[in-house]
Write a protein that binds this ligand. Structure first.
Ligand code: GAP
Length: 448
């Protein structure tokens, strides 16, 4: 059984090993804003690329899109965000801290016990001014979801892609929400990244497609190594559905603070296209020439957070193990998510070993994200690589100079084998294809 990890350990590992730093740290930080470091940016890219591959590349019924963060303010009036994207806020009359009313029990401030104001509705959209004139007319909003960029481009995409329904449009990008109570590290922040699909279907087939996407998205996390017992589905009650939703399921993950939403899969009905057609005056319907029908499609929306997924993958991969009497901290990240696939480690920083080790690095780095590390003892370097989830460590030693072979050590099994430098990339490639760690095919090739 892997250890149960608390959030402090994850935050500390992230800082220590270059996954995630507090934003503007040298100025004391900015509440709930985080920067991804050299290792974290690779993990985050891998999460996004794995999602894009599963959703766009591997399917013929979904295409991609990349729309702007600032949109015409009319979009947010039509989508209901100006009127409805609000949380009830209460303020402490003594310490002036603000809370989400539904997160506070009773009428006392959780911080100082002071009296709380009556709740008032607080809009979560960030406002800014566009252009050099500061007047009401130049207010624009930072998008709180990427979805609206997709809806307003529905006609453009259908016409240019020449695809038939059902058709999905996928987008990854930044969203902004002025959350009243951000927190739990990167779980709830005011700036985050969304991975969203709007899947347009014929009305009447929407429930079937909602079922399909709920299963598909749940399985995506399982395939990427998240333990099934740490995932569950929860259907929204009628009273908690968003203003646009007919039905919605959350994929929940057992985070250190308890079961919490990882992704929402909603049936948005025809709410968005109908609203945008009404408010823009442009017809947004689909013409099925073969069936001789015209209708406003319904939309199934799997909407995931990149940062929240990163956190779930980190938490689930974290383990502390006893190896030969010593504790090792290791991230058992799935091979497609691991930030670094191979680390090249010369046994010591030595004038004879360095040129060969650098050659090995150059051989591997065009194929995989590869690290080169020749500082400190080999044991400490193994520990560092284990902590960032590196799949393989390749050690170049003095024998390598003679036999042109290196030792390759696998992160999970800790198995070590000696393999020829020539063709070394095949061992790593096999692992990335999901094959077991076994050098015998490589040996077989060499012996011929
Ligand atoms: N377009 C629908 C939509 O945005 P949502 O349930 O509000 O739905 C979807 O958000 C996902 O986006 C969440 O499940 C979560 O992973 C992520 N998310 C939402 N708000 C977030 C925040 N403040 N910080 C980090 N991730 C957030």
């Amino acid at each position: 059984m892997p250890v149960k990890v608390d959030m402090d350990k994850i935050v500390s590992l992230c800082k220590r090993r270059g996954f995630i730093f507090p934003s503007s740290e040298i100025y004391g930080g900015l509440a709930s804003c985080w920067d991804y470091g050299p290792v974290g940016v690779e993990l985050k890219r891998n999460v996004k690329e794995t999602w894009w591959k599963a959703i766009v590349q591997d399917r013929d019924d979904v295409v991609g899109l990349d729309t702007s963060i600032m949109m015409h303010p009319g979009v947010w009036a039509a989508s209901g965000h100006i009127d409805n994207f609000t949380d009830p806020l209460v303020e402490c009359k003594s310490c002036h801290l603000r809370w989400r009313a539904d997160a506070v029990e009773g009428k006392k401030c959780p911080q100082c016990g002071g009296e709380l104001t009556e709740p008032r509705m607080f809009n979560l959209m960030f406002k800014t001014l566009m252009g050099p004139v500061e007047e009401e007319a130049s207010i624009v909003y930072l998008r709180p979801e990427t979805a609206q960029g997709i809806f307003v481009n529905f006609e453009n995409v259908v016409t240019t892609s020449r695809k038939k329904l059902p058709l999905g449009i996928a987008q990854i990008g930044k969203s902004f929400r002025n959350e009243i109570t951000p927190g739990n590290f990167i779980f709830r922040t005011r700036e985050f990244e969304h991975m969203e699909v709007e899947y347009f279907v014929k009305p009447g087939t929407d429930e079937k497609w909602l079922d399909y996407w709920v299963k598909e998205r749940f399985e995506w996390y399982v395939k990427l190594g998240i333990r099934k017992e740490n995932l569950r589905l929860r259907q929204h009650g009628k009273d908690e559905l968003a203003h646009y939703a007919k039905d919605c399921y959350d994929v929940e993950y057992l985070f250190p603070m308890g079961w919490s939403e990882l992704e929402g899969i909603a049936n948005r009905g025809d709410f968005d296209l109908t609203q945008h057609a009404k408010c823009s005056g442009k017809e947004l319907s689909y013409r099925d020439a073969e069936a001789g029908e015209k209708y406003v499609p319904y939309v199934i929306e799997p909407s995931a957070g990149v940062d929240r997924s990163v956190l779930a993958f980190l938490v689930d991969a974290y383990d502390e193990e006893e190896v030969e009497g010593e504790k090792r901290t290791v991230l058992h990240l799935h091979h497609s998510l691991a930030p670094i696939k191979v680390a090249v480690l010369p046994l010591s920083r030595n004038e004879k070993l360095t040129p060969l080790a650098k050659e090995v690095f150059k051989q591997l780095c065009p194929n995989f994200m590869t690290d080169y590390d020749d500082s400190q003892s080999i044991g400490r370097r193994y520990r560092r690589q284990d902590e960032i989830g590196t799949l393989f460590c390749v050690t170049v030693d003095f024998e390598s100079l003679e036999d042109k072979q290196v030792t390759i050590r696998e992160r999970d099994s800790l198995a070590q084998i000696r393999v020829p430098i020539e063709g070394l990339e095949k061992v790593v490639e096999a692992k990335l294809k999901g094959e077991a760690f076994d050098a015998s095919p490589l040996w077989a090739t060499r012996e011929k």
